[in-house]
Design a protein around this ligand. Structure first.
Ligand SMILES: Nc1c(NC[C@H](O)[C@H](O)[C@H](O)CO)[nH]c(=O)[nH]c1=O
Ligand SMILES: CC(=O)[C@@H](O)COP(=O)(O)O
Length: 162
């Protein structure tokens, strides 16, 4: 289902675990910070709304989306971190650089979750235009930061129950 058919901010609160005991890392790309800071806002609000203590949300910044994988790794190697949300916004320019950054970032974040056996959530917008990014970071299609935070809570809980 495409994003345009699903609001990224909507979720069933009854289906979300209480995060009172969860410790979540968030690594945020500084590129397109007009977008990534809105994604961060959405993610933090969703975590806190579902019980995560603000002191248990550890936010750090990386230069760009390409560095999110390593930033996520440095958080996940800490025993006290249960999961990480990696936040970025990659917007198509004139060259193929977009393709390489998006692919490396997606693969890197996936790989680091598998390596540390903890959820590493891909909260990276990969848009053709700035408007598409605006629409998905608190605009008409909702906020992907909320979606990512909810995914992180669900995966932390899933690991505890399997
Ligand atoms: N063009 C975008 C970038 N480019 C920078 C890379 O992510 C990386 O920081 C650089 O290549 C040095 O390793 N990053 C984004 O997050 N978004 C972009 O649109
Ligand atoms: C995703 C990027 O790295 C891209 O925005 C850089 O722009 P350009 O391809 O015009 O160099």
């Amino acid at each position: 289902m495409a994003t345009i058919n699903k609001n990224l901010s909507h979720y069933d609160k009854n289906s979300i675990p209480n995060g009172a005991d969860f410790k979540v890392g968030i690594v945020v790309s500084e590129w397109n910070d007009n977008i990534t800071l809105n994604l961060l806002k959405g993610a933090k609000e969703a975590l806190i709304e579902n019980g995560v203590k603000e002191d248990n949300i550890h936010v750090h910044f990386a230069p760009g989306s390409f560095e999110l994988s390593l930033g996520s790794q440095w958080l996940l190697e800490k025993d006290e971190i249960d999961g990480v949300v990696a936040i970025g916004s990659v917007i198509q320019g004139e060259t193929k650089h977009f393709d390489f950054v998006c692919d490396a970032t997606a693969q890197g974040i996936k790989d680091v979750g598998l390596k540390y056996n903890k959820p590493a959530i891909f909260c990276v917008l990969t848009d053709n235009t700035m408007q598409q990014a605006i629409d998905r970071s608190g605009g008409k299609h909702g906020n992907k930061g909320i979606e990512a935070a909810i995914a992180c809570l669900k995966m932390i809980q899933l690991k505890k129950t399997i």
